[in-house]
Design a protein around this ligand. Sequence first.
Ligand code: PEP
Length: 250
Amino acid sequence: TPGIRPLVAGNWKMNGTSASLDEIAAIGDGMKDGLDARVDALLCVPATLLSKAADVLASAPVKAGGQDCHPMEKGAHTGDVSAEMLKDAGAAFVIVGHSERRTDHAETDAIVNAKAQAAWRAGLVAVICIGETHAEREAGRTLEVLSRQLAGSVPSDATHENSVIAYEPVWAIGTGLTPSADDVASAHAHIRAELAGIVGAEAGRMRILYGGSVKPSNAVELMAVANVDGALVGGASLKAADFLGIAEAY
Ligand code: PEP
């Protein structure tokens, strides 16, 4: 989108230990050779790896991020991690409302909304995820589902500085399947228009990422679609060559 700097964001999910720090360093190094002038980069790693990853990336043009946060700052929530803790460990971003969280942990739009506000409270940028299931697409309900998720998940004071939207069709995540360029275009145009009703003029400046089986071989086509301002990448973000191959689409 004219005037919007693209972002390629990796989501490592439940993958990675200290043994992965070399791969993270390779992503940081690879972004330095001019790619950083064309595209912003982010790696969302497991919470256990965050402070080490942030150290490795400190001198690279790649931000570190978390994959989820609890809505509260602290308290009796065994096993949970707050946005403030992610920030303290070196995160600049946090993913909220990923479909795997919505499915595995029954996260509702209201919970995702609260998590986005928690991210801001801690000074993190929220990557707010939405996307239809296969059944919803088959039923012709994709745009309606996206409208409902946006209305529920995106707080009205979201801005292009504190939030990024990620459109991830659930059926395209980790499956090797992707929507057609036309389907991506219609979803992203719809998201931009719906955002205007929630955040006003900020909608024109917010990044809307596409996610779901992005890889180097399809990145050029997907990233060229109108209103696609970057990618949220799962599997292909684990290897530096693939992450950088996707960033090369810009
Ligand atoms: C994701 O989980 O955000 C994702 C897009 O995964 P993949 O790229 O593996 O489909």
